[in-house]
Write a protein that binds this ligand. Structure first.
Ligand code: GLA
Length: 381
């Protein structure tokens, strides 16, 4: 992102120089899918695509934001927050949570832009939430506490926007470190920064499919997991080991076939994330790739959140020279896959997958060879 250009866009809108420029990244999840709301483990990485705001404090409590990419402007007042529609709700939701938590907030004028594809499973909404939170921290002069801001942003999304997501996306956008993936225990919220293996590229493969009703399918998965947790007599599926799973399903009846499959995905996926951390430390990229492949199979067969496009894309990726492994990433039902690829072969891989995907699906893919970036940051001011 060209910060000079963003500053001149601000000047064109508000006739003044911005006092701050902030950014927050989107994320790609390397492994640990649908485990966050089961108190489990995840391993996302912030990407070099994000949301940017140039802003300047106001003397009253108005927040005015011009969304450059959408060519619209929206405003609200901090002392009288009311629900409405559209992207501005993310900003209001974050403001509401910050106010509830006792932060004294200052109004501001801002221009906003970004390059996280929307609805692709790369957390554009978490990036907006964290960029707004970072903007409030700058203009209201309070200390930036990444994990705390992530939790507030998640609450904003759950309670104001009404999407029942887990904590992974907000934590990744807030707290990642450049060059690292973020291991997160979603129960204790303990974090570890895990360096990415050397000589490996993370490649995002967008199927260009977007499915409606993702939210109802997501909520359905959540309740099936809760049903399974109740049957196992635990607080969350995080508390069931693979051995316990195998023993109990052999000896007892009463869990529906669907809930059993959902549980098997969560329980094996948690084990894969823990192993992924180990193999990353040991630098065993080959095994990491195998875990990616196993994760995809489990999401396809047991959790049933892939679509044809994702399955085709993952197969196209897995067949290429230099690919260690590939899987769908994010909530699923459409959106993106992620592949782990030998760095030297990443460009050739990107072209080969795009044409294989075109041939087999008849659709165009967007491919991003991406870098692990840092969480939300102050870029100017
Ligand atoms: C979405 C949600 C996350 C997580 C993933 C699936 O991205 O926002 O909280 O549940 O789906 O891993």
């Amino acid at each position: 992102m060209d910060t000079k250009n963003l500053a001149s866009q601000f000047a064109a809108h508000f006739n003044a120089k911005p006092s701050f420029i902030v950014r927050a990244p989107g994320r790609v999840n390397l492994i640990g899918e649908h485990t966050d709301y089961n108190d489990g483990f995840v391993l996302p990485m912030a990407i070099d695509h994000g949301i940017w705001l140039a802003l300047r404090p106001r003397s009253d409590d108005q927040v005015r934001i011009a969304a450059l990419d959408l060519e619209t402007e929206s405003a609200f007042e901090l002392h009288s927050l009311t629900r409405g529609n559209g992207w501005i709700e993310y900003a209001k939701g974050v403001a509401n949570e910050l106010l509830k938590a006792g932060y004294p907030l200052n109004g501001f004028d801002a221009v906003m832009t970004g390059d996280v594809p929307r609805g692709a499973g790369l957390s554009s909404s978490a990036a907006v939430e964290l960029a707004i939170a970072r903007a409030f921290a700058a203009v209201s002069n309070f200390e930036w506490d990444a994990p705390k801001m992530a939790r507030l942003a998640q609450k904003a999304e759950n309670e104001w926007v009404g999407v029942n997501c887990g904590i992974m996306d907000q934590m990744a956008s807030a707290a990642c470190r450049e060059g690292h993936a973020l291991f997160l225990d979603c129960r204790s919220l303990e974090i570890q920064h895990a360096p990415l293996p050397k000589g490996v590229s993370v490649v995002i493969l967008d199927t260009s499919t977007r499915r409606g009703l993702v939210e109802s399918a997501y909520n359905e998965r959540r309740s099936q997991c809760e049903e399974a947790a109740r049957w196992f007599g635990v607080q969350a599926l995080r508390d069931v080991s693979i051995d316990e799973f195998n023993t109990k399903i052999k000896s007892e009846l009463g869990l529906s076939e669907v809930a059993l499959k959902r549980a098997r995905h969560i329980i094996t996926e948690n084990a894969r994330v823990l192993e992924a951390m180990e193999v990353m430390k040991a630098g065993s990229v080959k095994r990491l790739g195998e875990l990616f492949n196993a994760s995809h199979a489990s999401l396809r067969d047991d959790f049933e959140v892939t679509n044809d496009a994702l399955n085709i894309m993952v197969t196209c990726a897995q067949e290429q020279d230099g690919c260690f492994g590939a899987r769908m990433t994010g909530a699923g039902f459409g959106g993106c896959a992620v592949a782990l690829v030998e760095e030297k072969k990443a460009e050739a891989f990107a072209n080969a997958v795009a044409s294989a995907y075109r041939r087999r699906s008849g659709m165009e893919a967007s491919v991003y060879v991406c870098k692990a970036s840092a969480g939300a940051s102050l870029e100017l001011g």
